[in-house]
Design a protein around this ligand. Structure first.
Ligand SMILES: Nc1ncnc2c1ncn2[C@@H]1O[C@H](COP(=O)(O)OP(=O)(O)OP(=O)(O)O)[C@@H](O)[C@H]1O
Ligand SMILES: [Mg+2]
Length: 226
C-alpha cells in the first residue's frame, strides 16, 4: 500500500516578478517500509520536494496524498497533527535549540503529542539508539557536529514516526560519522520505518532500496538498488 502518492506535482516559487519552477510535474508512489534515496545536482528540487512531502510546504499544482489523504484539503491543524505524529525530520541545519540540553531537545516533539509516553524514558531510549546516553545533560552548543546530527535523529524518532525525512543528514560529516548515521537509518528501516533520504553521496545512496534521480525539477530515473 502506498504511504505516499504524488501525481503531476509542480512547485514554482514566486518572488516579485521572478518565477522559479523548482519541481516540474513529477509522479511517483512510495510504499510503507521503503528506503528511498533522492539524488541530483544542487538546485534540482530535492529539498523543495522533501518540504512538500513533509507537509511543510504546498505544491503549486498536482496532487499529493499522504496515507490516502489529499494534502490540498488538510487544514493547518490536520497538517500539524500528521507532521507531529507520523513524521520525523532530520535536516542538515539540525535546528536544535542551543543552551538547552540534549535530553530536552529530544523531548520537545513529545510536548504536543497525543501519544501516551513517559517523556523522559522515551527520549532516553531514542538517545540510547543513537549511542548518546553519555551526553544527555550536555548543552547542544557543547557537542560535536556528528553528535548534533545524532541528536537530530533521536529527536526525529522519539515520537515513533512511520516515516523519516532526512535531507543530507551526512553532509558536513566525516565519512566514519556519516556511516554511523546511515547505519542508524538503515536499522530504523529494518524495524519498519519508511525512510526518504536526500544525499549527494553515491556510497550513502547504495544503502537505500531505491534511488530517484532529479534534474531540473524532473525525475530522470527511478530504479531499485541492486
Ligand atoms: N524559497 C525559495 N524561493 C525562491 N526560489 C527557491 C526557494 N527555495 C528554492 N528555490 C529555488 O528552487 C530550485 C530548487 O531548489 P532546492 O532547494 O529544492 O534544490 P536542491 O536540489 O535541494 O539543491 P541543494 O542540493 O543545493 O540543496 C533552485 O533553483 C532554488 O534556487
Ligand atoms: Mg537541498
Amino acid at each position: 500500500m502506498s504511504l505516499i502518492e504524488v501525481k503531476n506535482l509542480d512547485k514554482t516559487y514566486y518572488s516579485g516578478e521572478i518565477e522559479t519552477p523548482a519541481v516540474k510535474g513529477v509522479s511517483f508512489n512510495i510504499n510503507k517500509g521503503e528506503f528511498v534515496a533522492i539524488m541530483g545536482p544542487s538546485g534540482s528540487g530535492k529539498s523543495t520536494l522533501m518540504h512538500i512531502l513533509g507537509l511543510l510546504d504546498k505544491a503549486t499544482s498536482g496532487e499529493y496524498f499522504f496515507d490516502d489523504q489529499n494534502a490540498k484539503y488538510l487544514n493547518d491543524n490536520e497538517l500539524a497533527f500528521l507532521r507531529n505524529e507520523k513524521m520525523g525530520f532530520v535536516f542538515q541545519a539540525f535546528n536544535l535549540l542551543p543552551r538547552t540540553t540534549v535530553l530536552d531537545n529530544v523531548k520537545l516533539p513529545l510536548t504536543y503529542s497525543k501519544k501516551e509516553f513517559d517523556h523522559n524514558e522515551k527520549a532516553k531510549k531514542a538517545l540510547a539508539d543513537v549511542e548518546l546516553s553519555n551526553r544527555l545533560d550536555y548543552y547542544t552548543n557543547e557537542i560535536s557536529g556528528g553528535e548534533k546530527q545524532r541528536v537530530a535523529i533521536a529527536r526525529a524518532l522519539v515520537n515513533d514516526p512511520s516515516i523519516i525525512f532526512a535531507d543530507e543528514p551526512t553532509g558536513n560529516l566525516d565519512s566514519k560519522t556519516g556511516k554511523q548515521i546511515i547505519n542508524i537509518l538503515q536499522k530504523l528501516n529494518e524495524t519498519g520505518n519508511t525512510i526518504i533520504l536526500v544525499t549527494h553521496d553515491k556510497e550513502i545512496a547504495k544503502h537505500a532500496n531505491r534511488i530517484i534521480h532529479l534534474k531540473d525539477g524532473l525525475i530522470i530515473s527511478d530504479e531499485p538498488v541492486e
